[in-house]
Design a protein around this ligand. Sequence first.
Ligand code: PPS
Length: 568
Amino acid sequence: MDTSNAHGGKLINLYAEGEALLLEKEKAKSNASWDLTPKQMFDIELLLNGAFSPLTGFLGQADYNSVVDTMRLADGTLWPMPVTLDVTEAFAESVNIGDEITLRDPEGVVIANMVISDLWTPDREREAELVFGTLDDMHPGVRALLNDNPVYLGGKLTGVTPPLHYDFAQYRLTPLEMRERFIEQGWDKVIAFQTRNPIHKAHVIMMKRLMARTQAKLVIHTAVGRTKPGDIDHFCRVRCYEKILPYFPEDSVAIRLLPLAMRMAGPREALWHAIIRQNYGFSHFIVGRDHAGPGRNNRGGLFYGATEAQELVSSLQSELNIQVLKAPFLRYVEGRGEFCEEHELLSGEAGLYISGAELKQMLCHGQPIPDWFAFPEVVEELNRTLPPRLKQGITLFFTGLSGSGKSTLANGVMVKLRELGGRHVSLLDGDVVRKNLSSELTFSKEHRDLNIQRIGFVASEITKNGGIAICAPIAPYTKTRRLVRSMIEEVGVFVEVHVATPIEVCEARDRKGLYAMARAGKIKGFTGIDDPYEEPQHPELRIDTSQHSMTDAVNTVIERLREMGLVE
Ligand code: PPS
C-alpha cells in the first residue's frame, strides 16, 4: 500500500517481527526496566503503530528543544507536541546514554525496548509556557506537565507487544488497518471528527453539512486516552455515538477509537490532531471552535481565542496532506425550528446553544434536556451512566493548621451525613492515616506530599464507588491539594473546606502540646511555626472555628453541601 502521504513521507511501524522479535524479547530479560505511566502507555501505542509518524521514538533533546520553540523537529518537519519519556531521578541515575532499556506496561508486559540516545533535565516551566502559552495551573496540561517526572529520556523504540485493550476492540484500528479498511469499503474521501464529548443534534447537522460539501464519508475518531479531567468517560461516550449512527445515511459513518493522551493545548494540539489523522489516512479533518480547549483560566476567561486553533492549522495547510475543515458554530433558532450558522442569523435573532459543561450540570441536577438540543436515546444513555448529584461520590477535604479543629469538625460532619443517609461515609483523619497508611513517613515536604497523595488515592477509590470520603490532614501545599482535586474530579465531586482558625487560637488551644514543643525547638518543621501553610485560594468553604460553635460549623458544612445539590 502506498503510504507516502503520511506525515514525513512514510508511515512508520516500529514493531519487530520474526527472529528480530525473539531477539528483542531475549534482550528484555536483562535490560533495566521502566514501568510506563498511563500517559506514556498512550503515547507509546501511537509511536509504535505509526500514528505519530515520522517519530521513531521518544524525542531526543535537539528535537525536543526545536519542537518546544518552533513547533518543528530539528530537521524542520512540522511537529507541534513534545512526546517525551519522563522518568524519576533515581531511574535516570541508574542508566547511561547508549544503554538499552525495556518499557513495560503496569502488569510488567514488555511493550518495547529503547536505546537511550539522550538524557536531560528539562525546564518544564519553560516547556509549559511555550507549549501551553501559560503557567496557570488551572490549565490541565500545565498541571499534568509540572507533575511529570523530572528527567527526560530520548531514543529509538523497537516494539515488542502492542498495548492490550479489552474494550471496544472492533473500533480500535492502527493507521495501517484504518487505511486498509477505507480501501475495502471504497471510502476514498473520509473526514475525521475528533471529539471527547457526547455528540448532539448540532454536531450531527454540522457533520452532515461538511460531508455534503466535500462528498466524503466520516469517522467519529474519538480520543479515548487521557482527556480533560471530569470528562464523561469513553465507555459511556462510545455507547452514545452508537446511538446516533442511524441519523446518518447508511454506510456513511463509522466509529473508531484513538488512544490519545490529550494535552488540551488548543491550537498546537489541533495541529497535532490533524497530523495524526493524516497518518491514519483521512483526507479531511474538522477543526472545531476552541479545539482541545482546556476550559477556563484563573481569571474565568478562555486560554485561547475561539478560532485560534482553526487559524493556526489553516495557515499551515500547505505543509499537510490533509484538508482542514473549519467547523461552523451552529445555534438553534427557536422561531424557525432549525440550526443556523452565525452568518445565517437574522438581525435580532438569538441562537440557543448548550455547552458540554452546562449539559453535564443539567444532567447531574436531573433537569430535562431540551429536545431541540439532544437525541432522546443519547440523553437516556447519559442518564444511565451519570448519577444525579444526590448519588455522586464526594471527597470532603478539610485542610488547616494543627489544632484548627479539622478532626472535630470532620467527625461531626461524618455523623450528620450518616444521619442523613444515602451514601457510605469513610473518615480519613490526619492522625489516623499517619498511623495506618503512612506510618513510615516524616514531615518533610516530600513525605507530606506522599501522605496527601495516598489519602487522595484512597479517597478517589471511595468517591469513584459513590461513597463519601472525609479527609482531614493539614495538607499544607497548594500544588498537592490541586493534584488531589484533579484526581477526585475525574470520578466525583471534590469539596475543599479550609478550616481557617488563626494560628494564635490553634497555638493557645495546643491540645497535644506540640506548639509548645515546636516553639522550644524540640520539634523541627512544625506547620505554621517553622514550616509553611499555603492557604487555599478558592475553597468551596472557609470556616474559622474560633468564631462559631462546633454545632454551627458542622451545620454550615452540611448547608454548603445542600447548596451544591449533594445532599437533601
Ligand atoms: S500533613 O502535612 O498533611 O502530612 O500532616 P498530617 O498527616 O495531617 O499530620 C498532622 C498531625 O501530625 C502531628 N505532627 C505535626 N504536624 C505538623 N508539623 C509537624 N512537624 C508535625 N509533627 C507531628 C500533628 O499532631 C498533626 O495533627 P493535627 O490533627 O493536624 O493536629
